[in-house]
Design a protein around this ligand. Structure first.
Ligand SMILES: *Cc1c(COP(=O)(O)O)cnc(C)c1O
Length: 387
């Protein structure tokens, strides 16, 4: 039993930010489908005046997610991209960003096609090599953006070391914690300034909602982020907030099964004669395994695999799986398979993909919480088709 009186993760997941509805006692947070709020006198409100600015269902979600990340402030968005866009809007023309070179294709696209033209430039580096990070700093560097584990190669970046380097230089760090989830890893506790999530993935957990969140501790930073969130309006509706809030209640239980299944799937794949390489932080063969064990509670639910097969054959394996559905996204209860080069990461030019080590034959699995035997049998029948 825990000795301190601080509530544990599962208790926070179910209760943080949520109180029984004061008018009816409803245990579930109501979906406040309202755009505006009646005021007693001009500007005399109960804390809510307009739903782009604040909505009680959203407040519950923001407090819940902040608690899970061990942070003070949460800000919910209509998508993960809207959340990341908000962080980038703390910058101004002339500023410089350093980003990991193995990150979500949409984040790459945002930096390359939208921020470049406003004079905010980005250097992409392999953040597992801290020498590359050191070399990339300029006088104008304001932000380091990273994911860990990365997408889709599942490399692990040293959050504490990177945060320390950035702090010394007065540069903000934003960690996209979508793959690990707050159950496995807490970047704020390791010194990062902002945590971002696509709540579409594990936090929602049921593939029925698109959303995003930012969590931070610093009050001044909160003011800047809130100002943008309200001014630009990429906020989620109350029904979306409700769905994510319902998802987080079971995050700890789902993650246990995701991690257990993924580890077994990774070990099984590693022994398969048609597999060239398995990328999974929970495997002892993973180059960042030691770091993963330090900063994560377990290896997560994502497994990438390079097959001993042509690109055409790898694509065929993707479409012959049955328990694993061929689809973008990840983190839901159901298993998914993705071919990054033609799907999630197609917006990254082929040359950049190759430089980052993302092969055209790579397959990415989001290992769901179905029965492990059925997942393995499915992989077996699909791989059997390879000559
Ligand atoms: C999906 C994803 C995003 C984008 O989130 P959306 O909710 O799709 O906008 C950002 N980062 C990572 C790591 C993701 O997997």
């Amino acid at each position: 039993m825990k000795r301190d009186s601080k509530p544990g993760f599962g208790t926070l997941a179910i209760h943080a930010g949520q109180v029984p509805d004061p008018t009816t006692g409803a245990i579930m947070t109501p979906v406040y489908l309202t755009s505006t709020y009646v005021q007693e006198a001009p500007a005399k409100t109960k804390g809510y005046d307009y739903s782009r600015s604040h909505n009680p269902t959203r407040t519950a979600l923001e407090q819940n997610l902040a608690a899970l990340e061990g942070g003070r402030h949460g800000l919910a968005f209509a998508s993960g991209m809207a959340a990341i866009h908000c962080v980038l809007n703390t910058l101004r023309a002339g500023d410089h960003v350093i980003a990991g070179n193995d990150l979500y294709g949409g984040t790459y696209r945002l930096l390359r096609t939208f921020y470049d033209k406003f004079g905010i430039t980005t250097t992409f580096v392999d953040l597992t090599d801290l020498d590359q990070l050191h070399a990339a700093f300029r006088a104008e560097t304001r932000l380091v953006m990273l994911e860990t584990p990365t997408n889709p190669l599942l490399r692990c970046n040293d959050l504490a070391a990177i945060a320390k380097i950035c702090r010394r230089r007065g540069v903000l760090t934003m960690a996209d914690n979508t793959f690990a989830t707050p159950y496995l890893q807490n970047p704020l506790a390791l010194g990062c300034d902002i945590v971002a999530h696509s709540t579409t993935k594990y936090l929602g957990g049921h593939s029925d909602v698109v959303g995003g969140v930012l969590v931070c501790n610093d009050d001044d930073l909160l003011v800047k982020l809130r100002h943008f969130q309200n001014s630009c309006g990429g906020t989620p509706g109350p029904m979306d907030c409700f769905l994510v809030l319902r998802g987080t209640k079971t995050l700890h239980v789902r993650m246990e099964r995701h991690c257990a299944n993924a580890l077994q799937v990774a070990q099984w794949l590693e022994r398969h004669r048609k597999v060239a390489r398995v990328f999974y932080p929970g495997l002892a063969s993973h180059p960042n395994h030691k770091l993963a064990k330090q900063q994560m509670r377990a290896g997560g639910g994502m497994v990438s695999v390079e097959l001993k097969a042509s690109v055409a054959q790898a694509k065929k394996v993707c479409s012959s799986l049955r328990v694993f559905s061929l689809a973008e996204s990840l983190g839901g209860v159901e298993s998914l398979v993705d071919h990054p080069a033609s799907m999630t990461h197609a917006s990254i030019p082929a040359a950049d993909r190759r430089r980052a080590g993302l092969g055209d034959g790579l397959i990415r699995l989001s290992v769901g919480i179905e029965d492990l035997d059925d997942q393995i049998r499915d992989l077996e029948q699909a791989l059997q088709r390879l000559k």
